[in-house]
Design a protein around this ligand. Structure first.
Ligand code: ATR
Length: 513
């Protein structure tokens, strides 16, 4: 089974030992990154395996390979030789592995390593996409039977990841390390076992250390949330595709539930650039189900063999699951919104309710359709009035711009206000989409944004005495519906309650890379 390697990138040996002691429960192997140590500290690495108490990789990564060593090759050889010198008959006191780049040809050093049981990791770091045939590269790199070939590719897109995965399949029955570095390769690190990699590198990111390489995950998150050590070839893979995907609550939510159920399944973030390449990869990894988010909710349609009625009607899909040899598509966005809104209002429908919908984008379109189905009467206000008009005319709703005229109309449609624009979203804009509107305090106000948990608009509503709700509840409800779609069963109520008890800001701490 694939192992977790904790990269130690501290400035001093003491720092690295402290880090290892704090996180050793998560690590099978440690990598001492000599290149990250202060020059004076580099002379004292020989005792590190003894201090570590777990197998250690000796690495002096050059800057050209993505590391921090800027000295000459002679100096690097000295550091490596020093680390391997005075070999102890008890192999626990020696480095278990030494990382030697493919172009670093020093037979005497390799001989010394082999004599004392230090396994060679023969590495290649492809930072610019120059390796076109990865499988051929791996075959040509291997010098002797006991070596572990390592290829780390800085992936720019999903196609690059697919190439690495394919190479893995044609280099079997031998230990190898395959890594897709960077944001688009993050899932290759979680699914190292599926990629046939001997180990996955991770860092203690919460300690503010420099990550060993771009895209490395936090070791605790990898172990506790993704339960890396339980992932076997048989583990069922689920996940979320989208771009960008840095702010998604889904991996946190689904993995916590899977953990509570002790299910042999993992839910992985898949930031992707191309749906065709990814669906190819999905076949290889044998993915069982996917949440689909922006911008792929329509692009996914050609891959779906069995569409639910709602997917057919609205032409957008946010959930697919494997059904025999096809993908079945569902959309839980609508039901998630409706359940959340009705629960918030403690109502069964929206009859006799006058509602303002702020915004006329994709989300507003879904909201308008549900408001109509529930019997509500709405006013749609949007920065671009034409788009408000297009949606409003479908349901005989009123519409206007987000201007004084619109705000005046809002006073007549203010039983419920539903905010669907991106205004106030973290990383986008921290203004208020309806700053000219004065809340009476009687409105029920729902803002579909959940990062931050309170937008300036929602804060103003709460301060005026309004009943308020952010989008977190809706997201959890639609994710719960997705779970039911994936597994054919509801989430047990007590498990859901346990997740809810963790509080709505917990998930935000764990997203990395
Ligand atoms: P989504 O799928 O999340 O609805 P979208 O389709 O891009 O995303 O829609 C974004 C919504 O936020 C639109 O209503 C947009 O107004 P425009 O149609 O005029 O673009 C609204 N929006 C985005 N930025 C805004 C801003 N600074 N002020 C007001 N409205 C804004």
């Amino acid at each position: 089974m694939s192992k977790i390697c904790l990269c130690l990138t501290g400035k001093t040996i003491k720092q690295d030992v402290e880090l290892l002691n704090k996180y050793r429960i998560y690590a099978d192997i440690a990598e001492l990154r000599v290149d990250c140590l202060e020059p004076g500290e580099r002379l004292y690495v020989r005792r590190f395996p003894e201090l570590a108490g777990i197998p250690v990789i000796l690495t002096v990564r050059r800057d050209v390979d993505g590391g921090y060593f800027t000295g000459g090759e002679g100096a690097r050889l000295k550091l490596l030789a020093n680390g391997l010198a005075y070999a102890n008959a008890d192999s626990r006191f020696n480095f278990a592995y030494v990382d030697i780049e493919e172009d670093f040809n020093v037979p005497s050093l390799e001989e010394a390593a082999r004599t004392f049981g230090t396994r060679i990791i023969r590495s290649c770091h492809d930072l610019d996409g120059s390796v076109t045939d990865i499988a051929a590269k791996m075959k040509s790199m291997k010098h002797s039977g006991d070596e572990i070939v390592k290829v780390a590719v800085a992936v720019k897109n999903t196609h690059d990841v697919l190439n690495v995965y394919r190479a893995s399949g044609s280099f079997t029955n031998q230990d190898k390390i395959l890594i897709c570095m960077g944001h688009y390769g993050i899932y290759s690190r979680i699914l190292a076992e599926k990629f046939g990699s001997f180990l996955t590198y991770s860092s203690a990111l919460s300690e503010n250390v420099i990550p060993g390489a771009p895209g490395q995950m936090d070791v605790k998150v990898l172990s506790e949330l993704y339960r890396f050590r339980k992932i076997t070839k048989k583990t069922k893979v689920y996940g979320i595709i989208g771009n960008p995907l840095k702010k998604s609550v889904s991996p946190w939510f689904h993995n916590n539930i899977l953990n509570l159920e002790d299910a042999d399944a993992v839910y992985v973030p898949f930031p992707i650039t191309d749906i065709g390449d990814f669906m190819e990869l999905a076949k290889g990894i044998d993915i069982q189900g996917l949440s689909v988010t922006v911008p792929y909710k329509e692009d996914i349609l050609p891959y779906i063999g069995e569409k639910s009625e709602i997917v057919k009607t609205i032409g957008a899909c946010n959930t697919i699951h494997r059904k025999e040899n096809l993908w079945a598509g569902e959309n839980t966005d609508y039901a998630g919104f409706t359940l959340s809104l009705l629960n918030f209002l403690n109502k069964k429908n929206l009859k006799r309710q006058k509602i303002t919908i702020l915004g006329a984008g994709g989300v507003a379109r879904a909201v308008a359709s549900e408001v109509f189905n529930l019997g509500g009467k709405a006013l749609i206000l949007n920065r671009t009035p034409q788009k408000a008009k297009e949606i409003a005319e479908m349901y005989k709703f009123r519409w206007s711009g987000l201007d004084t005229n619109g705000i005046e109309l809002m006073l007549k449609y203010n039983d419920i206000i539903i905010q669907t624009t991106s205004v106030g979203m973290e990383g986008y804009d921290d203004s208020d989409p309806a700053e000219l509107y004065s809340f009476t305090g009687k409105e029920a106000v729902m803002d579909l944004i959940y990062t931050p948990s309170q937008t300036p608009f929602l804060k103003r509503a709460a301060e005026a005495g309004c009943k308020t709700l952010n989008g977190y509840d809706m997201v959890i409800r639609q994710a719960s519906l997705q779970y039911a779609n994936f597994f054919g069963r509801e989430i047990p109520k007590n498990h859901l309650a346990q997740i809810e008890a963790l509080g709505e800001n917990q998930w935000d701490k764990i997203i990395s890379a």
